[in-house]
Design a protein. Structure first.
Length: 180
């Protein structure tokens, strides 16, 4: 199992690839995740709001105010995605818990697991039933994820977006699409 120090090194390295070698990011993330086990999940979760070191080869002017933290969070969620469905209980805690700007990332992974056939449609219904308790920011961020996923795979429209009845999510999707 990968220890805490390695995670504190590997997550910034992988996040840095998004800026320095984006074509390598997904393959290396998958490779790193293959070396982890579900026992790593609590450590990964504990790093979601950590101030991880920015690698020297990353141009900090590209990062903006919260860019590095967002890049690390995105990286952590990609690693979690490749660890797989043992992460579902943790993802549900994040997705359906108290507001946190990473809620949409957790919703995204739960949705992707469903679309990959790793979870049943019940997860989409559970997401729908919990959206009413979430802040509009979560709806906006989740809508952004769904729009991006739909661009790659039209099945997201019929199997996820149309299935979800929450009006706030549909309003968020419309708001984003009207801005384009």
């Amino acid at each position: 199992m990968i220890d805490n120090h390695v995670i504190d090194t590997v997550i910034p390295h992988l996040a840095g690839l998004m800026f320095t070698a984006p074509d390598k990011f997904f393959d290396q993330t998958k490779t790193v995740a293959a070396q982890m086990s579900p026992k790593t999940l609590p450590v990964l979760r504990s790093r979601m709001h950590a101030n991880l070191t920015i690698p020297d080869d990353v141009d900090q002017s590209q990062l903006g105010l919260t860019g590095w933290l967002s890049a690390c969070q995105y990286t952590i969620f990609e690693v979690i995605y490749h660890i797989g469905t043992p992460a579902v209980p943790m993802l549900k805690e994040i997705a359906f818990g108290e507001y946190d700007w990473i809620q949409a990332n957790a919703l995204d992974l739960l949705t992707r697991f469903y679309m990959d056939g790793k979870l049943t449609v019940d997860i989409i219904d559970e997401i729908d039933s919990n959206l009413g308790d979430m802040r509009y920011e979560s709806h906006l961020y989740y809508a952004q994820h769904l729009i991006a996923l739909r661009r790659k795979d039209q099945r997201y429209e019929t199997q996820v977006i149309q299935r979800i009845k929450n009006q706030d999510l549909h309003d968020a999707i419309k708001e984003i699409m009207d801005e384009r």
